[in-house]
Every structure is written in C-alpha cells, then in structure tokens.
Design a protein around this ligand. Structure first.
Ligand code: 3H9
Length: 725
C-alpha cells in the first residue's frame, strides 16, 4: 500500500509508504486521494495527520515520472488544494525530509510539526525545474518574499530549527513526531482555519518589490550562468506578489513547461541519477558494489598538513571520524594545526546556527610529528605534495608502523598507485583518493583502484567518500586519472587558439558563456602555471629541451605550444605572481584584467613564426576545446578507466565547473549528436595530423556506426566494444 490510514481516537493518521524516499508517484497520489477522501467523510474523524513511513515524510515528486505520462494522472496541486480546503484540521508530521512536492504537500496542511533532525526545502531548482505544486505561491505567503526567495532559488535543505525560526514550522519536537502531531491536531479541533489556508493570504509586499526581483535576477544570471531554473523560480515568486493565487499557479505551470522545453531539466535529472549510479560501481573483474561490505572507519590519519591535508582532516572531523594529523616538520605542524582548528571552529559555528548541535558533533583532530601514533588507525590518507620518491618513502614507513589491516591511501592527482603500493606489505589495501581543492568544500572524489586493490578496500574508500558527503567516483589507474586526463586536450586546444589569433579573454568568455564557472586561462592562472611547467620540464617537454618559442609547425613530431612555458620563463605564474595570462591588482589578487603585455607578446610570437591568423568564432572555440575533451572521454571508456559515460559526467559536473544544466561532457556530446562530434574531429585531424588528441576515438566511431544509441545504453555498448578490442 502506497499510503495507509489508522485512527488514533478522533485523529486519522495517513502514512505515505513508498520506499526508499516516499516519492509522490502516481500510486502514492492515488492512495492519498483515497485515504484523505475517506478520512474526510468519516464522521468519527475530527482531524487528520499526514506522515511518512520509515523516518521520511517525502522527497517530493517521483523524478523518474517527469518524462512519462504518469505525471498527468492526479495532479499534486489538486491534492494540495483539497487538503487545504478541508474543514477538518490537517497537521503534517515531518520526520527526516520534506522536500520538493513533499514540502509543498506539508505547506498545504494547516499546521506543520517536525522532529529536530528533519530538513525541509524546495530543491527543484537543482534538478532544473521550479516547485510546481504551489510551492512558489504558498511559501512567500507564509514567510515573506526575501526568505522564500532564498530557500527556493538556492534549493536549500532548511534544518528544522531554522525552519521554526522562519515561521515554516509550528513546532519542533525531540521525540515521536507523529504523537506530537496527533496532540497538536486534537488541540486545534474546532478552530477557525481560514488564516491557516495559505492560498487565501496576501504576500507581504512593498513599493520596491519590482527592483528587488530585478536585482535578484541579475544576481542569479551572474551566479548560475545560463541556468534557466533559478530565473524561473524568481519569476514565479514575483507572480505571487503581483497576481492572485490561482493566476500565480498558472504562471508556475507555464514556467515549468518552458523550462522542460529548454532541455535543461533533462540534463540536470540525468546528472542527479548519474550521481547516484556512480555509487554502484562495478570492478573490471566483475566484482560489484553490493557483493562486498565496506569495513568501518572508526579512526583516520592524515599525513601532510598542506592545503589538501588540512581540508581532508577537516572533512573527516566533520563526519565525526577522529583524526590524527601528522607532519614531518614542527613548524609546518603548528601552521597546519592553527588552520585546521580555525576551519573546525567555523564548522562548529555553522552547526550551532543550523540548530544541529548537540545531535551532530565534530570529531577531534590530534596533531603529531610521530609516525608511531598511527599504529592503531583504520584508514590513513597521505596528502604530501606530488613527489613519487617522497610518497614511496612514506608508504614504506606506514607499512611497517600501521596495523596489518589498515587501509593506506594516497591523495594524488595523477601519480601511479601501483608504484606507490609496490613498497608496501599489503598492496591490496592501497588505494588512491584524488580530493579536489579545497577538500573540505569540493564534492568530488576520484577513488583510484590499483592493480592489486581489493574489492573491500574499494568498498571502504567509496563508503568513506559518502560518509564525508562527497560524490565518490571509482576510476582506473592511468596518468592523470579521468578528470585531469580529459583536461589535457582541452587546454592544448585553448593554447593553439592563442597561437592562431585568439586572446585569453576571447577563449575564456566563450567557455564561460557556455556555462563553465571559469574559462581555461583564468583557471590556469588560479591553479598556478608553474605546476604544469615543472611537470613538463620533468618530462623533457618544456625548458631547455624545447627551444623557447619554437612553434608547432616548425618542429618534428607532434604539435606542442610553448606559450605557457614562455610565460613561466618570465615568472608569470598566474594569480600568485600577480600576472599570468591576465594581470591582477597585486600578487595573490583575484581580479583578472586582460593584459596589453600578453596581447603584444602573442602578436610578436605570431609574427616571429609567421603564423597566419585564423578566423575564429565562438562556435569554433567550443568545438575545438570541448570535442577534444570529449574525444579523450571516449578513450578513457575504451581503456576501461571509467566504467561509464555517467562517471565522466559526474566528475566534470562536480570537480571541473562544467555547467550541470548541460549534463556533463559525454551527455553534451549526445545532445550535439555523436556524428557531428565525429565529423568535426575527423576534419580537424585530417588538417592537423600532428595533433593526435583530436584523432577520433575508436569507440566514438563505433557508436556512430551502430546508430548512436542513447547515453543510457552506452555502458553496455562500451562493455561489448571493449571486449572486442
Ligand atoms: C518535485 O517535487 C516537483 C514538484 O514541485 C512538482 C511536481 C508537479 N524521485 O540520494 P539517495 C531515489 S521534484 C525519485 O541515494 P540519500 C534515488 O534515486 C523532486 N527517486 O539517498 C535513490 O534511488 P536508488 C524534488 C528519488 O539518503 C534513492 O531514492 N525533490 C527521489 O543520500 C535514495 O536516494 C528532490 O529534488 C525522487 N524525488 O538522499 C529531492 N529522491 O536507490 C531529491 C531520491 O535506485 N532527492 N530518489 O539509486 C534527494 O535530494 C536525496 O535523494 C534525498 C535522500 C535527500 C531525498
């Protein structure tokens, strides 16, 4: 039964029961109509309580129904209207979550009571839509426009204590919320419900409301470049002020339809389900996520308190895992300790503000210089800088100091996990974790399996990722793993575009207009140009071995752009130096300004090497940079480094500033059409045979040859191609 009803004295308790999250699918809506209708008619029932089974009120509409006709059977707003109009008081008993349509259902009730651990919110914007069952009209009527705008446009999950302060809830209780709701329902029997029917209230307004909304639109246009849902949310709330309730509802419906037609919700919902599917990893050996249990991580250690180590230690403590933080240098330890303690204080303040204390606690971090203190920890994360010799020395030490079943993990953005594991006694317990900076904020975690990594080690690292609130994606061990590997051709193309006539700001603007948080040149300036330069020198690509400024076409072999190396030779390392591809107000400054020096430098470079300027359009810039990246994505799939297109997309959506409303690079390729991507790559490669990264991948050609199956089917298709390779 999707919903059940029982009687508690004179109160009918209707419980939604649709695991795992009580999504309001068609069967639930049918059941609600039936149970509510019967409770309304039953003369022995004087009040009604609405609740959810298994500790959750409801996660809202069933997202999988959006692309089916099921959504059309019994609208949620009709149910809400019936509940609100009820002459018997209706109380929502909120446990766990009341999100999206689930919260809209609660808003239609006359009273709302929640337990202290619960969260309410309208996160529709995060899946590309807007609340479309009256949420944008009822919430402003309940808590006013500014607060409603904040909750709806951010898609925030509002903790119960804050929701009480905002006036969303009537009560927050520590114990059994259904009992509390029954008690409240009894107390209000016979009361006048007119003021509790939100649709009949006015939205508090003032003469400056219109400019308030205009400012909000400008702000979200900047913040969520190209995303339509946040703007639609604001327009719907604007309608709640300007129009009567039912006209506001109409506006909500129209906005929903136009968003759907834009294709953005489909991309964001693909991204939503992809994030869930990557947690269900499979191993090339056939090992599956659900056949192995993760080991508990009761204590952890972090080695190295640089930027990464500090963020990782903070993440672990926030997840209530006690940490031992180790540095090899006393001064570094002091600096690290100060920073981590500062970060933890901020985390503690946040918890207090959200009313989550004392239920949510931060674990302790102990600081040490002594490896012997790591002898009992369950999970060690080494986070020293990227140097193979140093990492091997540490792993050798860990292998003799730590208990024999401790998991040993290296935080690296591209070093060989197998080589690191080779110096340990138990390579099966060694795994890579590529955190993204700042590690206490960024959601992405690439979990890198080595040749000997056991399924239990993978399960434990993946589970730890989830505990830390990360999106953990399992990837194979190859230079640069997945995210950074795809970045190679993207940056390479960006550099070639400069050789051929573009300026950094042209390329950045095009990619930022596409929706990237940051264009490639601003990103390189932020990360520091010297990092890549040093690694290219190690590989013999940059520096003395390549004559400075030798352009592509005059060299033997593959094309290579020396522009970034030339900037580094001149100390232009990016933001930290106050100059790189742009100029900044000072060293460490953040405001990138186009630099006349760079313009002059590029012009001289082109004329010295007689490079003819090519006409460029934004479309061309996008094709070159993005198709190169996508092509590498297909190669990663061919190599079995990522197990599906979804994995690559999750990595780009969460770690590389890819606009989620475009689904991720592989999803984007599917919307552009694989044959178009193939044609462009093919044409480019024929003209530029010295750029191997643009040679169309075998898998891309195969997918086009079999008629471009939908992305959902790529995983199986990829499997069969790889077997045949
Ligand atoms: C809406 O309400 C529109 C209305 O305004 C208007 C309608 C006309 N539907 O995340 P988890 C699945 S739009 C279908 O791993 P957690 C999820 O795929 C909706 N399925 O657990 C997974 O399935 P599986 C607005 C859903 O504990 C399983 O549940 N609401 C839905 O880490 C467990 O999920 C939202 O946007 C759904 N609504 O987090 C809320 N939600 O096991 C979206 C979840 O097969 N949901 N599933 O992989 C969330 O934010 C999180 O899932 C939640 C639980 C916080 C609920």
């Amino acid at each position: 039964m999707a919903a059940t009803r029982r009687l508690s004295h004179t109160v009918a308790v209707i419980t939604i029961n649709h695991p795992p999250v009580n999504a309001l699918s068609a069967s639930v809506r049918h059941a609600l109509v039936k149970e509510f209708g019967e409770a309304s008619k039953d003369p022995s029932v004087k009040a009604i309580v609405l609740s959810g089974a298994n500790g959750k009120f409801s996660a809202g509409a069933d997202i999988r129904e959006f692309s089916t006709s099921a959504l059309k059977t019994i609208s949620l707003e009709d149910i809400n209207a019936t509940i609100e109009a009820s002459r018997k008081p209706v109380v929502a008993a909120i446990e766990g979550i009341a999100l999206g349509g689930g919260f809209e259902l609660a808003l239609a009730c006359h009273y709302r009571v929640a337990n202290a651990q619960s969260r309410v919110g309208l996160p529709e914007v995060l899946i590309g839509i807007l609340p479309a069952a009256g949420g944008t009209q009822r919430l402003p009527r309940l808590i006013g426009v500014p607060a409603a705008l904040d909750v709806i446009v951010q898609g925030r999950h509002v903790p119960a204590t804050e929701a009480l302060q905002l006036g969303i809830l009537d009560d927050v209780v520590q114990g059994n919320v259904v009992n509390a709701a029954i008690q409240l329902a009894r107390n209000v029997i016979g009361r006048d419900l007119a003021k509790r029917r939100l649709s009949t209230n006015h939205v508090p307004s003032n003469p400056h409301m219109d400019s308030f909304f205009d400012t909000a639109v400008d702000r979200v246009k900047k913040q969520y470049r190209g995303a339509r849902a946040p703007i639609a949310c604001i327009e719907a709330i604007r309608a709640s002020v300007q129009k009567p309730y039912h006209s506001g509802l109409e506006k909500e419906k129209q906005l929903f339809a136009s968003l759907w037609a834009s294709g953005q919700p489909q991309a964001q919902q693909y991204a939503f389900f992809s994030e869930r599917s990557v947690g269900k990893w499979t191993h090339p050996s056939g090992g599956r996520w659900d056949t192995v249990a993760p080991k508990p991580v009761r204590t952890a250690a972090v080695i190295g308190l640089g930027t990464m180590g500090r963020g990782i230690a903070t993440s672990l403590a926030r997840a209530n895992i006690p940490v031992i933080a180790l540095e090899q240098d006393a001064q570094q330890l002091e600096v690290g300790k100060k920073t981590v303690n500062g970060l933890l204080e901020r985390e503690a303040d946040k918890l207090i503000k959200q009313g989550l204390v004392p239920d949510t606690k931060l674990a302790s971090v102990r600081f040490t210089l002594d490896f012997a203190e790591l002898r009992d920890v369950d999970f060690v994360i080494e986070a020293v800088y990227e140097n193979m010799a140093l990492k091997k020395e540490i792993f050798h030490k860990l292998s003799s100091v730590c208990k024999s079943d401790a998991f040993l993990c290296t935080n690296t953005s591209g070093l060989d996990i197998d080589e690191i594991a080779s110096v340990t006694k138990h390579p099966d317990l060694v795994i890579g974790t590529h955190f993204f900076s700042p590690a206490n904020i960024m959601r992405l975690l690439e979990v890198v399996r080595g040749r000997h990594t056991s399924l239990t080690t993978i399960a434990t690292a993946m589970n730890l990722g989830k505990t830390l609130g990360k999106v953990a994606v399992l990837v194979g061990n190859c230079p640069l793993f997945v995210g950074n590997r795809l970045l190679g051709p993207y940056l390479e193309q960006a550099s070639y575009l400069l050789e051929e006539g573009c300026y950094p700001e042209d390329v950045d603007k095009t990619l930022e207009d596409f929706g990237f948080a940051m264009g490639p040149f601003r990103m390189m300036d932020l990360a520091g140009l010297d990092v890549g330069w040093r690694s290219r020198m190690e590989k013999g690509l940059a520096g003395n071995k390549v004559p400075l400024g030798t352009p592509a076409r005059q060299r033997q072999g593959n094309r290579y752009s020396p522009l970034a190396d030339m900037l580094c030779e001149m100390g232009r390392f990016g933001q930290k130096a106050g100059k790189g591809w742009y100029q900044y107000e000072k060293a460490g400054g953040r405001f990138a300004q186009p630099d006349p020096w760079v313009k002059d430098f590029l012009q001289k470079y082109r004329s010295t090497h007689q490079i003819k300027q090519q006409p460029t359009t934004p479309e061309l810039i996008l094709e070159h940079c993005l198709y190169g990246l996508i092509n590498e994505g297909f190669r990663v799939l061919e190599d079995g480094i990522a197990s599906g297109a979804e994995d690559i997309d999750v990595i780009y959506n969460n770690g590389y500033g890819w606009p989620k409303y475009r689904g991720g690079p592989m999803y984007y390729a599917s919307t552009v059409g694989l044959s178009k991507v193939l044609d462009v790559l093919d044409g480019y490669h024929k003209q530029n045979p010295d750029v191997p990264s643009m040679k169309p991948a075998f898998l891309l050609k195969k997918l086009v040859a079999v008629g471009e199956p939908p992305i959902k089917e790529w995983r199986t298709q990829v499997g069969s191609f790889v077997h045949k390779l």
